[in-house]
Design a protein around this ligand. Sequence first.
Ligand code: AMP
Ligand code: MG
Length: 366
Amino acid sequence: MRRTLSVLKIFIFIVLALSLVFLYLQGRVAVVQEEHYLLGTYFRIKAQSRSHDQAQRAVHEALAEAKRLSEEFSRIGAGSLGALNRYGASESVRLSDDVFTVLEAAERYRELSGGAFDHTIGKIVDLWGFTQDWDRAGVGRIPSADELQPLVEEPRQISLDTTAKTARLSSPNIEVDLGGIAKGYIVDRVVEILKKHELDSALVDAGGNIRVFNDRPRKVLWFEDRRPFRIGVQHPRDESKILGVLEIWGDHALATSGDYQRCFFADALKNIFPCRYADEPDKIRYHHIIDPKTGQPARGLISTTILAPTAMEADALSTAVFVLGEQKGLALIESLPNVEGILVTDNGRIVVSSGLKDINFPTELP
Ligand code: AMP
Ligand code: MG
């Protein structure tokens, strides 16, 4: 009798141990994370899958595509956007499908935002020294009114031929700069590749242009383990702080534009000082998001975060809303389905759109 009992105990112990091993293996996920410096920013992919090899393959393929696309979207490079900027004023230039798609979208956002989003201002952006390869230590310059005015006043039109996939620029004073929208597009393409590999979840982040998906919940026996991505929104005046955390479910994108991302300061004598988050006493901040109507850095907002279904939409709208300012920017957000926003004004107020009333963000910069 005692012998039977101890055999039973050993049996129960083995069954329990095997169940624990089974549960552990079921719930285990491999996380693969890689980053590359592309288009003047860090491009980071984090993928989760039950198979490490599968996640690794997906991330490699996705990063190779991101690299290829970043060359396509260089405004001075060997891709078709570079060709458009070199020859587009004198002839129609055949664009790659990717560049054509984004250029068409940029034209739509220019119209939708009443010209606040404007991808034809590359030459104005250059005058301020915010070139594509600007890095954080980069120092810009303040252009004179004589330099700026002709570029601002120039009517800047692009004619697109949707059948031939060509574009032509109305003047040699135009340089097409897709820096306010292309990173979002690349993030969307990367997510498409990752989804093909049937990962459990993934996060793609190109310098604050983020898209996540976690629509394949992990299952441990009959329990579903669904967790949102928790994404911190950067404090625009303190690198070490966030404004709050957004919980993102399913498949969604967000993008932040800020006057601290590429900037410089100038004192009264126009001496130039490097970019940083905190304001500098007695100095004026100049930054890379330009109001196309004035040719000057846009004033009024210091940071805009947009939530939208795709990263391209979030990217274009974060730039557009930054230029539009609080009232017009909020009105644009409210007019679009599935789009929400968090705006920070230059006097430190944090304003959210109607769909985000329940988030737990402070109403003033902490
Ligand atoms: P983002 O960080 O997405 O707001 O994009 C800013 C970048 O877009 C700048 O570095 C410029 O290359 C470009 N840009 C600046 N001003 C504008 C504008 N008003 N509309 C579209 N793109 C812009
Ligand atoms: Mg943008």
